[in-house]
Ligand binder design. Structure first.
Ligand SMILES: *[C@@H]1O[C@H](CO)[C@@H](O)[C@H](O)[C@H]1NC(C)=O
Length: 201
Protein backbone atom coordinates (compact mmCIF):
# COMPACT_ATOMS: atom_id res chain seq x y z
CA UNK A 1 0.00 0.00 0.00
CA UNK A 2 2.76 2.41 1.00
CA UNK A 3 4.64 1.41 -2.14
CA UNK A 4 1.62 2.10 -4.28
CA UNK A 5 1.19 5.49 -2.67
CA UNK A 6 4.80 6.43 -3.23
CA UNK A 7 4.50 5.39 -6.86
CA UNK A 8 1.50 7.62 -7.23
CA UNK A 9 3.32 10.42 -5.48
CA UNK A 10 6.24 10.02 -7.86
CA UNK A 11 3.94 10.04 -10.85
CA UNK A 12 2.23 13.15 -9.52
CA UNK A 13 5.53 14.90 -8.94
CA UNK A 14 6.68 14.00 -12.43
CA UNK A 15 3.45 15.37 -13.83
CA UNK A 16 3.92 18.63 -11.93
CA UNK A 17 7.49 18.90 -13.16
CA UNK A 18 6.42 18.18 -16.73
CA UNK A 19 3.64 20.75 -16.68
CA UNK A 20 5.95 23.22 -14.97
CA UNK A 21 8.75 22.80 -17.45
CA UNK A 22 6.53 23.13 -20.50
CA UNK A 23 4.58 26.08 -19.17
CA UNK A 24 5.49 29.28 -20.89
CA UNK A 25 7.41 27.49 -23.60
CA UNK A 26 6.12 28.11 -27.08
CA UNK A 27 6.18 25.54 -29.84
CA UNK A 28 7.14 26.63 -33.31
CA UNK A 29 4.42 24.46 -34.85
CA UNK A 30 1.83 26.52 -32.95
CA UNK A 31 2.97 29.80 -34.46
CA UNK A 32 1.38 31.29 -37.56
CA UNK A 33 3.44 32.72 -40.36
CA UNK A 34 2.03 36.22 -40.50
CA UNK A 35 5.11 38.25 -41.39
CA UNK A 36 6.64 38.67 -44.79
CA UNK A 37 10.40 38.76 -44.35
CA UNK A 38 12.91 39.52 -47.06
CA UNK A 39 16.70 39.57 -46.96
CA UNK A 40 19.04 41.05 -49.54
CA UNK A 41 21.24 37.99 -50.33
CA UNK A 42 20.24 36.17 -53.49
CA UNK A 43 19.69 32.44 -53.36
CA UNK A 44 23.11 30.77 -53.18
CA UNK A 45 25.00 34.02 -52.60
CA UNK A 46 28.20 33.77 -50.55
CA UNK A 47 28.79 36.35 -47.80
CA UNK A 48 31.91 36.91 -45.72
CA UNK A 49 31.57 37.13 -41.95
CA UNK A 50 32.73 40.44 -40.52
CA UNK A 51 32.51 42.16 -43.92
CA UNK A 52 29.32 41.67 -45.87
CA UNK A 53 25.96 43.19 -45.05
CA UNK A 54 22.42 41.85 -45.14
CA UNK A 55 19.41 44.14 -45.39
CA UNK A 56 16.36 42.55 -43.79
CA UNK A 57 12.80 43.86 -44.05
CA UNK A 58 9.66 42.64 -42.32
CA UNK A 59 5.98 43.53 -42.45
CA UNK A 60 2.60 41.99 -41.79
CA UNK A 61 1.17 39.96 -44.66
CA UNK A 62 -1.39 42.45 -46.01
CA UNK A 63 -3.92 39.77 -46.87
CA UNK A 64 -4.42 39.09 -43.16
CA UNK A 65 -6.93 41.09 -41.07
CA UNK A 66 -5.42 44.34 -39.82
CA UNK A 67 -6.08 43.34 -36.19
CA UNK A 68 -3.72 40.34 -36.53
CA UNK A 69 -0.79 42.26 -35.08
CA UNK A 70 -2.67 43.94 -32.21
CA UNK A 71 -0.56 42.25 -29.54
CA UNK A 72 2.76 42.41 -31.40
CA UNK A 73 5.23 44.38 -29.29
CA UNK A 74 8.68 43.54 -30.53
CA UNK A 75 10.31 41.82 -33.44
CA UNK A 76 13.37 39.59 -33.04
CA UNK A 77 15.22 38.96 -36.27
CA UNK A 78 17.66 36.07 -36.40
CA UNK A 79 20.08 34.30 -38.67
CA UNK A 80 19.21 30.59 -38.80
CA UNK A 81 20.91 27.40 -39.94
CA UNK A 82 19.45 25.68 -42.99
CA UNK A 83 18.87 21.90 -42.62
CA UNK A 84 21.92 21.15 -44.77
CA UNK A 85 24.14 22.76 -42.10
CA UNK A 86 22.38 21.04 -39.18
CA UNK A 87 22.96 17.46 -40.28
CA UNK A 88 24.96 15.49 -37.69
CA UNK A 89 25.34 18.63 -35.56
CA UNK A 90 23.31 18.27 -32.38
CA UNK A 91 24.28 21.74 -31.24
CA UNK A 92 22.32 23.25 -34.16
CA UNK A 93 19.31 20.96 -33.90
CA UNK A 94 15.78 22.17 -34.59
CA UNK A 95 13.38 21.56 -31.68
CA UNK A 96 9.71 22.43 -31.80
CA UNK A 97 9.97 23.82 -28.26
CA UNK A 98 11.45 27.25 -28.90
CA UNK A 99 13.29 27.26 -25.57
CA UNK A 100 15.32 24.29 -26.81
CA UNK A 101 15.49 25.19 -30.47
CA UNK A 102 18.99 25.80 -31.79
CA UNK A 103 18.11 26.70 -35.37
CA UNK A 104 18.42 30.46 -34.99
CA UNK A 105 21.49 31.26 -32.93
CA UNK A 106 22.52 34.66 -34.26
CA UNK A 107 20.74 37.86 -33.39
CA UNK A 108 20.33 40.28 -36.26
CA UNK A 109 18.22 42.84 -34.42
CA UNK A 110 15.55 43.23 -31.73
CA UNK A 111 13.26 46.20 -32.22
CA UNK A 112 9.81 47.52 -31.40
CA UNK A 113 7.44 45.95 -33.93
CA UNK A 114 5.99 49.24 -35.21
CA UNK A 115 4.10 47.55 -38.03
CA UNK A 116 7.24 46.59 -39.90
CA UNK A 117 10.69 47.85 -40.64
CA UNK A 118 14.10 47.09 -42.01
CA UNK A 119 17.62 46.73 -40.71
CA UNK A 120 21.09 46.59 -42.20
CA UNK A 121 23.19 43.93 -40.52
CA UNK A 122 26.88 43.22 -40.96
CA UNK A 123 27.39 39.47 -40.67
CA UNK A 124 28.97 39.01 -37.25
CA UNK A 125 32.53 37.72 -37.05
CA UNK A 126 31.31 34.86 -34.85
CA UNK A 127 29.06 33.41 -37.57
CA UNK A 128 30.58 30.14 -38.78
CA UNK A 129 30.72 28.84 -42.33
CA UNK A 130 27.29 27.38 -43.11
CA UNK A 131 24.08 27.83 -45.08
CA UNK A 132 21.49 30.19 -43.62
CA UNK A 133 18.12 31.86 -43.87
CA UNK A 134 16.55 34.73 -41.89
CA UNK A 135 13.59 34.40 -39.54
CA UNK A 136 11.74 37.07 -37.55
CA UNK A 137 9.65 36.34 -34.48
CA UNK A 138 7.13 38.77 -33.06
CA UNK A 139 6.65 38.70 -29.29
CA UNK A 140 4.06 40.21 -26.98
CA UNK A 141 4.69 42.43 -23.96
CA UNK A 142 5.71 39.36 -21.88
CA UNK A 143 8.28 38.31 -24.46
CA UNK A 144 6.26 35.29 -25.63
CA UNK A 145 6.49 34.44 -29.32
CA UNK A 146 3.22 34.99 -31.17
CA UNK A 147 4.06 34.55 -34.84
CA UNK A 148 6.93 34.55 -37.29
CA UNK A 149 8.05 35.10 -40.83
CA UNK A 150 11.06 33.76 -42.72
CA UNK A 151 12.89 34.17 -46.01
CA UNK A 152 12.62 30.50 -46.91
CA UNK A 153 9.74 28.05 -47.39
CA UNK A 154 8.32 25.76 -44.70
CA UNK A 155 10.85 23.04 -45.53
CA UNK A 156 13.71 25.55 -45.36
CA UNK A 157 15.14 24.57 -48.72
CA UNK A 158 14.55 27.63 -50.92
CA UNK A 159 16.23 31.02 -51.00
CA UNK A 160 19.19 30.08 -48.78
CA UNK A 161 22.56 31.82 -48.71
CA UNK A 162 26.03 30.93 -47.49
CA UNK A 163 28.37 32.57 -45.03
CA UNK A 164 32.10 31.99 -45.03
CA UNK A 165 33.28 32.28 -41.44
CA UNK A 166 36.37 34.05 -40.15
CA UNK A 167 38.26 30.90 -39.15
CA UNK A 168 39.90 29.18 -42.04
CA UNK A 169 39.57 32.07 -44.41
CA UNK A 170 40.71 35.11 -42.57
CA UNK A 171 42.77 33.60 -39.76
CA UNK A 172 45.78 33.09 -42.01
CA UNK A 173 45.30 36.55 -43.48
CA UNK A 174 45.16 38.09 -40.01
CA UNK A 175 48.36 36.29 -39.06
CA UNK A 176 50.05 37.47 -42.24
CA UNK A 177 48.92 41.03 -41.57
CA UNK A 178 50.24 40.77 -38.01
CA UNK A 179 53.62 39.52 -39.24
CA UNK A 180 53.87 42.31 -41.78
CA UNK A 181 53.15 45.01 -39.24
CA UNK A 182 55.67 43.52 -36.78
CA UNK A 183 58.19 43.36 -39.62
CA UNK A 184 57.60 46.97 -40.62
CA UNK A 185 58.19 48.17 -37.05
CA UNK A 186 61.50 46.27 -36.93
CA UNK A 187 62.48 47.61 -40.35
CA UNK A 188 61.67 51.16 -39.28
CA UNK A 189 63.83 50.82 -36.16
CA UNK A 190 66.63 49.34 -38.23
CA UNK A 191 66.68 52.23 -40.69
CA UNK A 192 66.35 54.75 -37.88
CA UNK A 193 69.44 53.33 -36.14
CA UNK A 194 71.34 53.19 -39.44
CA UNK A 195 70.55 56.84 -40.16
CA UNK A 196 71.75 57.85 -36.70
CA UNK A 197 74.99 55.96 -37.20
CA UNK A 198 75.51 57.67 -40.58
CA UNK A 199 74.83 61.05 -39.06
CA UNK A 200 77.45 60.49 -36.33
CA UNK A 201 80.09 59.66 -38.93
C1 LIG B 1 -0.36 35.92 -46.97
O1 LIG B 1 -1.41 35.28 -46.30
C2 LIG B 1 -2.27 34.55 -47.17
C3 LIG B 1 -3.44 34.06 -46.34
O2 LIG B 1 -3.01 33.38 -45.18
C4 LIG B 1 -1.49 33.44 -47.81
O3 LIG B 1 -2.32 32.68 -48.67
C5 LIG B 1 -0.34 34.03 -48.61
O4 LIG B 1 0.47 33.00 -49.12
C6 LIG B 1 0.50 34.92 -47.72
N1 LIG B 1 1.46 35.62 -48.56
C7 LIG B 1 2.76 35.49 -48.41
C8 LIG B 1 3.60 36.24 -49.38
O5 LIG B 1 3.27 34.81 -47.52
Amino acid sequence: MARLLSNQATAFLLLICYVGSSMGSVHFSDLKETLIVTASPKSGQVLYAGEDKITVTWKLNSSLPASTDAAYEKVKVKLCYAPVSQKDRGWRKTEDNLKKDKTCQFKITNQPYAGGGSFEYTVDRSVPTATYFVRAYVVDASDTELAYGQTTDAKKTTNLFDVVGITGHHASLDIAAGCFSAFSVVALLFFFVMEKKKAKK
